[in-house]
Design a protein around this ligand. Sequence first.
Ligand code: KIV
Ligand code: ZN
Length: 385
Amino acid sequence: MRRIRIFDTTLRDGEQSPGVTLTPAEKLEIARQLVRLRVDVIEAGYPAASPGDFSSVEAISRVAKGVTVCGLARAVQSDIQSAYDAIKGSDDPRIHLFLATSDIHMEKKLRMTRAQVEEQVDRMVRFAVSLTPNVQFSPEDGGRTDLDFLVRIVEIAIRAGAKVINIPDTVGFLLPSEYAMRMKHVRDHVEFGDVQLSAHCHDDLGLAVANSLAAISAGVDQVEGTINGIGERAGNASLEEIAVALSLRAEQFGASTQMDLSQIVRTSRLVSRLTGMVVPPNKAVVGANAFAHESGIHQDGVIKERTTYEIIDPSSVGLTENRSLVLGKHSGRHAFRKHLEEMGYVLSDDDLAEVFKRFKALCDRKKTVTEEDILALVDERYHED
Ligand code: KIV
Ligand code: ZN
């Protein structure tokens, strides 16, 4: 099994979600939880962005033991120096610098020629390496960069000493087959040696997780993403989805992570609570409905054998409370009886038939039927005799 390294950027790209700002104490709390989740790398922030960001990254570097702590920098000397100063107290500091390489970014945003970009990558990676050997370089908008130029830039960064090359699909434009092809092409045309190749996907087309998995199949060593998929615009790849898919289909991928999956729900809830970004109920793995079954046929199946309709064991991702059988108008009598038993009511067949009939009628009138409603129906039946 190849080991895939998990690079968490919840505190950097995730914090770039519109409307999200975390206090230094909140960032530390998330970083501690990411250590429990056993990610390999925590991208703690962008130290040059503000004095607050700098001190948060510095504090996380002191506290997050046994992981690589990474600081982001533009490919300019002052940013790189500031990133290094913030992370140097970490067990394993990493500088992550980036420079855009797509024609549209170079022409319209940077106003630089290809030759100038090449020269700056070479000079800035060398400067970063003079501070620490653990340097990651990202050609920003790598997903839309001319393939020959991308190869050239990656060659330059590796020759200058970068130890990790990340090819970001910055605008979430690529399809899984295209992203995989890009990764293979770069790997086949550049001498990587022990340099790691990394994937970083955005979710503009809802493909960030699919693209990350395609990149793993294509042989990358590291995947980047955030908890709950938060991030710029439509967000980043959801790390919890990638990790569970890898664990469930480990043989197909021939790859695994060191993540402690039982910490997933806890981490997801913490990030949601502190960022204020609500997890959609139907979100894979961590959504409130991810393990909820409403239709009678499904409920009946799950009662008989959980795996009829559940591919993930909820306890494996740390879901301890039982919320599997949701009562609604599609529920069957079997699930209804089980639910009542769990509430402490064992009804005769006649009583059950009557209460179930009233329950169904109520479901037609009311959007959400609560435990209190069900109790009222049982109570009503008891008081008739
Ligand atoms: O999406 C992106 O290109 C980034 C880079 C800074 C790696 O987040
Ligand atoms: Zn990004």
